[in-house]
Design a protein. Sequence first.
Length: 120
Amino acid sequence: MSDVQTTADRNVDPNIWNYHPVVLISQGGIFRQWWNPVSVVKGILMSWFGLYVLGLALALITVLWLMVLPTMETIGGGGWYWVLQIFVVNLALMLTWAGSLHLYLYTFAKQGKFIEFELK
């Protein structure tokens, strides 16, 4: 006997469960016009250098690499000071990011009830 229950046993509406829209979902990004090399290069560049999370992360990483993180000569020279320096930079980034999200979403409750655990 099978342990798998059918949707009739679970009283699940088959029109809601495993919903398939009638409209076609278009492909995004570089696969929309893969035959056009200009469109592909533009899609790749704008995915990193656009004014949103990836572009800002790339800018932040570049600034940290040039100004805060140890040079290759320091790393190649041996010792443990550079390991501690990279660890402190990573810890500060993580605490800043997670702390700011915690303040915004939980302490100040700016998200409200939007996308809470219940489905409507």
